[in-house]
Design a protein around this ligand. Structure first.
Ligand SMILES: C=CC1=C(C)c2cc3[nH]c(cc4nc(cc5[nH]c(cc1n2)c(C)c5CCC(=O)O)C(CCC(=O)O)=C4C)c(C)c3C=C
Ligand SMILES: [Fe+2]
Length: 521
């Protein structure tokens, strides 16, 4: 840690002696990078353990992405980049755009945006849900039941589809996600071009078109030589960025071209100055629409994850979410906005416990406490989607008004907001030196198929044991449990129904014998 702080704050070296010192420190620091990634434990935890898991994760990732991962330390960022540049002759930064050519040379740069995907028509809803529930990072079954993953996904998707379809029908018959993500990709391409980094931008969705595999095919066709992988989730979760990166890892492993292509991953970027400022801008604008802006409760609503992801698998999602909210509130405070705020989690699926407090329960409580003005801020996703357009705008608004809240507002998702897109472009540019540097070191070390600092490292840091997560939907649990009762009840009802059908069609059985059903013969 001491080494890291030192390296980050070193000034530009001016003599050979200083350069050698910088190189030595860099090597020591790099050696330190390799060590902690092997030993993350993700067993059952108390809240103390949870913090420990996050702290370790934080150190691992910040060591992999030191220069641009902590925008709050922008001074040290530039010092480090100068130091890096002088020893490796690879540099790009906002203050020195000309040096981009050093990084790029004859390289073909690609940016792969990873996102969830959504059904484009109502007919797509069930197959989309099947893809989602087939993902072991969404429903992870105990090892001995893994063979049930697809049948279970089929069953749940068929059962859930009617309710989901209603939701998608109410927002125009499909998800806007593809359109918005494509637009973000195009704006990002233009922003990179404006910053002298010509790059192609690709969109790879996890559960619907264009699938990640389709994007990878295009990347290969275009002969991309340097790839920056950018999940469009500001905060990391095993269930979102983690799942997409795990898929990417498996694709990379099996492909000769990709194994040799240099790439790097931006795992999460919720703490970037540009993103925080863009969110604060949107909040400030919506606040000003209230009659009494200073009396508005700022209500951050994040997509939930099952509690076990955080407490048992070490998912940093909750910690990153809380830090993100703190950073946005700090930024607002700098602007003289000191409203109270709350963070709650929405969109739970199935009977297991999800991150609390739940958005619906919190809205009711706030109403009971006499809150009259509420500004909802969707925080875990950067596009409008079913959970902003339907769940927040319709369901939660209705609940809020019923619970005594008189004035309701909602901050739009970032979409193609220019400050945000420009910041994403900066994140890509700042990550470029790492594509080459890390890959070279990794090739030398012959460590793994993908460069250090990318998929495997990240997943190892977050979810080393690939532990068994309680599924977020009802599946079998032994014992006198809620799910056992549910499934027993359903099995019993099916058995009774089958007996009735048998008796009615054959005229034989104990109901006829007891005279409960009449004999037709
Ligand atoms: C950060 C964002 C998200 C997290 C975390 C997340 C976890 C998660 N989601 C489900 C189940 C469903 N999600 C669904 C849609 C959906 N989820 C996200 C984002 C996160 N999910 C988005 C952006 C969308 C909407 C896409 C769109 O079409 O607009 C759905 C389908 C919709 C529905 O039926 O409600 C399900 C189901 C789980 C189980 C989970 C964590 C384990
Ligand atoms: Fe979801």
């Amino acid at each position: 840690m001491g080494i890291e702080v030192l390296a980050l704050s070193l000034p530009s070296p001016s003599s050979h002696c200083e350069q050698a010192l910088v190189l030595l420190l860099f090597m020591l620091r790099f050696w330190a990078v390799l060590l902690p990634t092997c030993s993350i434990q993700t067993s059952k935890c108390s809240s103390g353990r949870q913090i420990e898991a996050y702290a370790r994760k934080s150190s691992v990732v910040s060591k992999i992405y030191p220069a641009w991962f902590h925008p709050s330390s922008s001074d040290s960022r530039h010092s480090f980049q100068r130091c890096f540049s002088s020893s490796e002759a690879l540099l790009t930064s906002k203050s020195q755009p000309a040096s981009t050519s050093l990084v790029l040379g004859n390289e073909k740069v690609g940016v792969l945006l990873l996102n969830l995907g959504g059904p484009e028509t109502l007919d797509d809803v069930q197959p989309f849900l099947f893809n989602l529930f087939s993902d072991p990072d969404i429903i992870r079954l105990p090892r001995m039941f893994r063979f049930l993953q697809k049948p279970l996904a089929q069953f749940i998707s068929v059962v859930r589809a009617p309710k989901s379809k209603e939701g998608y029908a109410s927002i125009g018959g499909g998800s806007p996600l593809r359109q918005i993500t494509d637009a973000q990709g195009e704006e990002l391409r233009k922003a990179l071009c404006d910053k002298n980094v010509p790059a192609k931008v690709y969109v790879g969705m996890r559960y619907w078109h264009p699938f990640t595999e389709e994007a990878i095919e295009l990347i290969k066709q275009d002969g991309i030589t340097k790839l920056v992988v950018l999940p469009l989730y500001p905060q990391f979760s095993i269930s979102t960025s983690g799942s997409s990166l795990r898929l990417l890892e498996s694709i990379f492993r099996e492909d000769e071209y990709l194994v040799n292509m240099q790439h790097t991953v931006i795992p999460s970027w919720y703490q970037r100055e540009g993103y925080i400022k863009a969110m604060a801008n949107l909040i400030e604008k919506e606040l000003s629409k209230f009659a009494t802006p200073q009396k508005v409760m700022i209500f951050f609503s994040a997509h939930g994850v099952p509690l076990a992801y955080v407490e048992e698998a070490g998912d940093p999602y909750k910690a990153e979410m809380e830090e993100c909210v703190d950073l946005i509130m700090e930024e607002l405070e700098k602007r003289g906005i000191t409203n109270p705020c709350t963070l709650a989690y929405q969109s739970r699926v199935g009977p297991v416990e999800w991150l609390k407090p739940y958005t619906d329960e919190t809205i009711v409580e706030l109403g009971q406490k006499g809150v009259k003005n509420l500004l909802a801020v969707p925080i875990s996703f950067v596009s409008e989607h079913i959970e902003t357009l339907e769940e927040i705008d319709v369901e939660y608004k209705e609940l809020a008004l019923k619970s005594g809240i008189e004035n309701w507002g909602r901050v739009p998702a970032l979409g193609c907001e220019p400050t945000f897109i420009s910041d994403l472009a900066d994140a890509v540019i700042e990550s470029l030196p790492y594509v080459g540097a890390m890959a070279v070191s990794n090739l030398e070390a012959r460590q793994s198929l993908v460069p250090l600092g990318s998929v495997e490292e990240l997943l190892a840091a977050y979810d080393s044991k690939r532990g068994e997560l309680p599924p977020p939907v009802t599946v079998w649990e032994w014992g006198w449990t809620k799910s056992a009762e549910t499934w027993n009840g359903r099995a019993a009802m099916l058995a009774v129904l089958a007996l009735l059908v048998f008796e009615v069609t054959t005229g034989e059985g104990f109901l006829h014998q007891w005279g409960v059903l009449p004999l037709f013969r």
